[in-house]
Design a protein around this ligand. Structure first.
Ligand code: SF4
Length: 416
């Protein structure tokens, strides 16, 4: 089993790694390096690797990353707005939602969300990510009204908002057609959408995770319709629960097919399952999240299968923690995701940890693995490359700040 950041495997070249790999794995990796699309069987073989074959997969993914996007590791300065945690959907993997009568239920006012957005921009944010639960009594015009309220005060701020599940709910509430509803959101200020609510794009797995959630067909329809209207989205996959490697490969190949048609995905974001405080785990139906081996395989496989079509593979530091994130950034990933300043205030008030990494902390971590940090926009335009260290750069004090915490719900900017 690889140990993250262990010098022995960091210093091996991809050529040496291929030479040491088994014949079948080496053959598939050479096919990937030659720019050929891998098929399902190839992906399945790579998803089962360990030992020297795992090193081969990681090293080739890293080389493909280097050729595709270079040595910069990007991040975005953003803020996460989860406007409500009230939700009726009841996903068994969710530790975030509450019933409407729960003492922990909240619904932030539009004024406070606008104020948080203004504060975020003053602190350097270029993106606001908006997602929330689905309350039964949500007003049909809420999603568009919130976009308008923020955009009217901050016209240049990028609004990255509403999962395909929320968009499907908005369509149901307004009884508009999907394209008309998306056009309305776009006119109200929607710039891009999170490709969350994807979990695993397999209806049998989805049924066991959340029977009330949208079906694969609906997720694909929302994404395709958004892309057709010029609204880009991320793409995600939740792993480490009830699924198996076959599902990873099918999921990624489906994303690849969509991207070949639309070109609308900005990145692929694997999201490790956070098991604590979830019904799925506590009823014995899921494993307790992913292992480091799985984290490395999923990120490397994302790079190898999607490389020519989705050039950006993102790590979710909120799900992985910093150490595994850095290991995955040496296994094909090239983006560190966002600063998520939502919890910066509680952190400043003395909490031990929060859902926030400062840009200086991102840059210090990126330099610690010998790469160059760069701040990007949501759609991956480079705002600034930091060739030289700045005085605000320091490594975070907490090595694994959030994922294992039972006190912090796992729904972040990226949700699942
Ligand atoms: S994952 Fe989203 S839709 Fe599912 S219960 Fe949680 S908040 Fe609701």
């Amino acid at each position: 089993m690889l140990k993250a950041m262990e010098p022995r495997w960091r210093e091996i070249s991809w050529e040496q790694a291929i030479n040491a790999a088994s014949m079948n794995v080496a053959r598939i990796l050479e096919k990937a390096l030659a720019g050929e699309d891998l098929d399902f069987q190839d992906g399945l073989a790579l998803s089962a690797v360990d030992g020297v074959d795992l090193i081969g997969v990681v090293k080739v993914a890293d080389e493909l990353r280097r050729c595709a996007v270079g040595d910069r590791i990007t991040y975005v300065v953003n803020r996460n707005l989860n406007f409500t945690n009230v939700c009726f959907v009841g996903c068994a993997f969710c530790g975030f939602s509450r019933g409407p009568n729960s003492p922990e239920a909240y619904f932030h006012s539009t004024e406070s969300l606008v104020a948080k957005s203004i504060e975020a921009v003053e602190r350097g944010a270029t993106e606001i990510c908006i997602q929330g639960g689905l309350p039964r009594d949500l007003d049909g015009s809420y999603y568009a009204d919130l976009l308008r309220a923020i955009k009217s005060r901050l016209p240049k701020l990028h609004l990255h908002a509403y999962s395909p599940m929320e968009i499907t709910y908005g369509v149901e509430k307004t009884r508009m057609s999907l394209p008309a509803y998306l056009r309305m959101l776009k006119d109200a200020g929607l710039d891009s959408i999170p490709g969350t609510a994807a979990e695993i794009l397999d209806d049998d797995v989805r049924k066991s995770l959340s029977p009330n959630k949208l079906k694969v067909r609906q997720w694909v329809d929302v994404i395709r319709a958004a892309h057709e209207l010029g609204i880009p989205s991320t793409s995600t996959m939740m792993y480490g629960h009830t699924e198996n490697p076959e599902h990873w490969v099918r999921h990624m190949l489906l994303l690849r097919d969509i991207q070949k048609d639309t070109g609308g995905f900005t990145e692929f974001v694997p999201l490790g399952f956070i098991h604590s405080r979830t019904r799925l785990f506590h009823t014995g139906r899921a494993r307790p999240g992913s292992s480091l081996r799985e984290d490395l395989i999923v990120h490397a496989l994302g790079r190898i299968l999607l490389n020519r079509y989705i050039p950006n593979i993102q790590v979710s530091w909120v799900k992985l923690g910093f150490e595994a994130s850095l290991a995955c950034l040496e296994a094909g990933a090239n983006d560190f995701s966002g600063t998520l300043m939502e919890e910066s205030i509680s952190k400043a008030a003395g909490a031990n940890f929060g859902e926030y990494v400062s840009p200086g902390e991102f840059r210090a971590m990126i330099r610690s693995i010998g790469r160059t940090p760069a701040e990007r926009t949501t759609t991956y335009a480079i705002r600034r490359t930091f060739e030289q260290p700045h005085s605000d750069e320091r490594l975070p004090l907490e090595r694994m700040p959030v994922p294992a915490s039972a006190d912090h719900p796992p729904l972040t900017c990226l949700g699942y």
